[in-house]
Design a protein around this ligand. Structure first.
Ligand code: S3P
Length: 172
């Protein structure tokens, strides 16, 4: 049976550090729904931070669990789900999310993102050792994947509360 639109889970996608978790949590609170951060679920399972999983167990194992947990969560109703910035590069994840959930791409300009880099870089293994030019290239390459099929919300110069309210209202 098809899940009615109002009961579908919502998935937040977008580049590292754009605010998927912060905004997702706010939206969940405003809608009285459960919030799930996929990275946190993976960290709980492995009992270590994402950067340590990448170092000690490897990215492949991380990506495998990421896929399984997202598919499992997407099939639940009424969840608010924040997925890691790399998740949508996996076709199976894209397909599952787009068929079972409402997908929202949180967009931020490169200029605004760059201002936050020092808060983001240390905990993100994917960015480790990359030059700013390499990060910029990755940013735009990923942007194409995120913007391909989904509702996009521009978050530049907006408070997280405003963005969350806008999302909640647009779902009504
Ligand atoms: C990743 C993004 C991270 C995390 C991991 C890999 C990526 O999540 O899943 O470090 O490949 O973009 P956030 O987008 O929440 O930082």
């Amino acid at each position: 049976r098809q899940v009615p639109l109002k009961e579908k889970s919502i998935v937040f996608i977008g580049f590292m550090g754009v605010g998927k978790t912060t905004i997702g949590k706010l939206v969940a609170k405003k809608l009285y729904r459960d919030f799930v951060d996929i990275d946190v679920e993976i960290e709980k399972e492995f009992n270590m931070p994402v950067s340590q999983i990448f170092d000690e167990i490897g990215e492949q194992a991380f990506r495998q669990r990421e896929k399984e947990i997202i598919i499992e969560q997407c099939r639940q109703k009424l969840r608010i789900i924040s997925v890691g910035g790399g998740a949508f590069l996996q076709e199976e994840i894209r397909k599952e999310c787009l068929s079972s959930c409402i997908v929202i791409f949180l967009d931020l300009s490169w200029e605004s993102w760059k201002e936050r880099i020092s808060m983001i870089i240390d905990s993100r293994p994917v960015l480790k050792g990359k030059t700013i030019e390499e990060i910029e290239e990755l940013f735009y390459k990923r942007q194409d994947v995120y913007s391909a099929h989904h509702s996009k919300i521009q978050t530049d110069h907006q408070e997280v509360e405003e963005v969350a309210d806008y999302i909640v209202n647009s779902l009504k």
